[in-house]
Design a protein around this ligand. Structure first.
Ligand SMILES: [Zn+2]
Ligand SMILES: [Zn+2]
Length: 215
């Protein structure tokens, strides 16, 4: 079985390729599925409409599954519940929130508002996430990301340490903006081990958790 990527960008925000080309390159690299999660602020319906159209094209003709989504990015934290609900209503199958990475000045409380929102599926690169916020995410069934992306990956070890204390579920994502950011399963597995997961936990994060999300 191939890789499932739950976080990737295209020209619909700041990625290098249109969604079909990224999906095609992912398929050739051995992916079973890729979520197109372009950066999004208030123009939720517009972005979701475009992402859905591109994913439908891919899904009609190719074996790879393209999952339409968005990544709410540097939005006011208080607006996350409203924007996430609107994204789901517009047909997004995955709502990612751009978490409080050390690499960028993401607004404070972004992690917290994401972690208590029913419409959020994944907190990307959650930075120095607190125990309390990780527990909220676990209670809401929200996945915590281990990132292979430069800068965002600085806190992978912390995310794993805190997430494990509360029984949170992890996924390993590329946050791909270009095709050479995409991961193979083997590389994703090594990133998971490097973040401090055991072999069995790494298998859950790389394979089982994203596969369950896909279903
Ligand atoms: Zn980006
Ligand atoms: Zn991203």
């Amino acid at each position: 079985m191939g890789r499932i990527e739950l976080h990737a960008h295209t020209v619909l925000s700041d990625g290098a390729f249109i969604p079909p080309e990224l999906a095609r390159r992912a398929e050739v690299l051995g992916h079973d599925a890729i979520a197109i999660t372009d950066h999004c602020g208030a123009a939720v319906e517009e972005i979701v409409r475009k992402v859905r159209a591109e994913c439908m094209l891919v899904n009609r003709f190719w074996k790879i599954t393209a999952i339409p989504g968005v990544e709410l990015t540097h939005v006011p934290a208080e607006s996350i519940p409203e924007l996430a609900a609107r994204a789901k209503k517009a047909g997004a199958k995955i709502v990612v929130v751009h978490g409080e990475t050390l690499a960028e000045p993401v607004p404070e409380k972004t992690n917290e508002f994401a972690a208590k929102c029913e419409d959020v599926d994944l907190i990307a690169h959650p930075g120095l996430i607190t125990y309390r916020t990780a527990r909220l995410a676990q209670e809401h069934g929200i996945l915590l990301e281990i990132s292979s992306r430069k800068g965002h990956c600085l806190t992978n070890g912390h995310v794993v340490r805190v997430g494990k204390m509360v029984g949170a579920e992890f996924v390993v994502n590329s946050d791909a903006h270009d095709f050479d950011d995409l991961l193979t399963d083997e590389k994703a597995y090594r990133v998971a081990l490097g973040a401090g997961l055991s072999g069995e936990e790494a298998y859950l994060a790389v394979d089982q958790n994203p596969r369950r999300f896909l279903r």
